[in-house]
Design a protein around this ligand. Structure first.
Ligand code: HEM
Length: 404
């Protein structure tokens, strides 16, 4: 973690270049359980595709890096399942998670984003009555991204907007506290909350995801409460840091690339390709693990039975053999086969929601904001063995200057 003010806040270096071009892998130690990170796009895709060889359905928590085995017994679904079991749960969830493609859903996200910009750009806040709204600083992590992410999640799981405040109060991490990367007591807050929500939906069924899951069947069998919890833990955890990183990195990017903001404002037809490119460049989720089901190989290296590999989406997305000028942001990049949302059967279920939110967010930012000024930045840097990767920010103080 490093504190710094201004200068290069938008830059996300690729720390894997030399290793990807060399061995194609990075060996790291995670709590005494080694992980071979796979770095090239072709190798990542191949391993993701080979679910028979590299499974997700190991003991709960083991495919996550750092491993959550010590703090979690509940299996996250459909993420920690392999075919054929994966298919039933995925099939059940897909229609629900595709709702963000619809207009009514996107209108709700548009309202959420508009209210955020109105409050930043148009209102005098009580704390700073004498200065103009645009002189007020906002922590983009806590006061913008976490709030938007939480409010948007109420739309995805179809619960009242008031629930968002509870989730905002949890802070930016569900499984982490400031001094502990794996905090079981923190995870229990989410588990207890989910128990209450499921109990409530049983007593008073509604239109929410809990009710939907309580009445659903997979292969002719009703879901157990443990399974419902497994789906919901993933929904809360999977879409939290990732979305927050994407939102804050976009502010940092536009703060140092005002022309790009003007370009999107003048040519909004490029929003889709811009969002895909920002996702490739930011790669909000660095990697995800798998466990070998037998002695095998990955990227030309031996992998022993029951040992772990990880699919490094962040490195794959900078693979110079696939992407021209991979370390440059090209908002009109044509072919963009990035794997920011993963690849193969486990590709991100929340992608339709995340893309819709990011499109609306960047669209309104370009329309309403002339300049993003970063006042202070505290970077969030992950350490993977010898490699440090910046993934977002712990804190990003910004001022937003309104478009005339
Ligand atoms: C920019 C935001 C996001 C990024 C970059 C991202 C990234 C990913 C990646 C890389 C995977 C593949 C994991 C693997 O292969 O093991 C994944 C899976 C998943 N994501 Fe996301 N995610 C994002 C947002 C969300 C949101 C908003 C939700 C839901 C609220 C979500 C829910 C899931 C679920 C349920 C899976 C597992 C799907 C399966 O196993 O079939 N994600 N995500």
């Amino acid at each position: 973690m490093s504190e710094h003010v201004m200068g290069n806040v938008s830059q996300l270096d690729d720390p894997f270049t030399a290793l990807r071009q060399g061995d194609g892998v990075l060996d790291i130690d995670d709590q005494g359980d080694p992980v071979k990170m796979v770095l090239g796009l072709k190798d990542v895709r191949k391993a993701a595709h080979s679910w028979q060889l590299f499974q997700s359905g190991a003991i709960p928590g083991r495919i996550v890096v750092p491993s959550e085995v010590a703090i979690r017994d509940v299996r996250q679904l459909p993420f920690e399942l392999d075919p054929p079991a994966h298919k039933g749960f995925r099939g059940l969830l897909e229609p629900w998670f595709k709702r963000p493609a619809g207009k009514a859903y996107q209108d709700k996200l548009t309202d959420i984003v508009s209210i955020m910009f109105d409050s930043i750009l148009d209102n005098h806040t009580a704390i700073n009555k004498r200065s103009s709204p645009e002189m007020v600083t906002h922590d983009a992590v806590k006061d913008i991204a976490l709030v938007l992410q939480s409010r948007a999640l109420t739309v995805l799981i179809n619960v009242p907007m008031t629930e968002a405040q509870t989730w905002i109060n949890w802070g930016t991490h569900v499984f982490r506290s400031d001094d502990n990367p794996l905090d079981a007591s923190k995870a229990n807050v989410l588990y207890d909350y989910l128990d209450e929500q499921i109990a409530h939906a049983k007593k008073a069924p509604g239109e929410d995801i809990y009710t939907e899951l309580l009445h659903a069947e997979v292969e002719g069998k009703a879901l157990t409460e443990e399974e419902i919890k497994g789906i919901m833990i993933l929904t809360f955890a999977g879409g939290r840091d990732t979305v927050i990183n994407a939102l804050t990195n976009s502010l940092a990017y536009f703060s140092e690339n005002p022309d790009a903001l003007n370009f999107i404002n003048e040519h909004p037809e490029n929003l889709n390709s811009a969002i895909e490119e920002l996702l490739r460049y930011f790669s909000p989720l660095t990697h995800m693990g798998r466990v070998a089901t037998k002695d095998t190989q990955v990227a030309g290296h031996d992998v022993a039975y029951d040992s772990r590999i990880s699919l490094c989406w962040a490195s794959a997305n900078r693979d110079e053999s696939v992407f021209e000028s991979p370390n440059e942001v090209n908002l009109t990049r044509k072919a963009n086969p990035h794997v920011a949302f993963g690849f193969g059967i486990h590709n991100c279920l929340g992608a339709t929601h995340a893309r819709a939110l990011l499109r609306i967010w960047v669209g309104q930012l370009a329309e309403r904001v002339a300049r993003v000024e970063v006042v202070e930045a505290d970077e969030n840097t992950e350490q993977w063995g010898e490699v440090a990767r910046k993934v977002g920010f712990h804190k990003l103080l910004v001022r937003l200057h309104k478009r005339a």
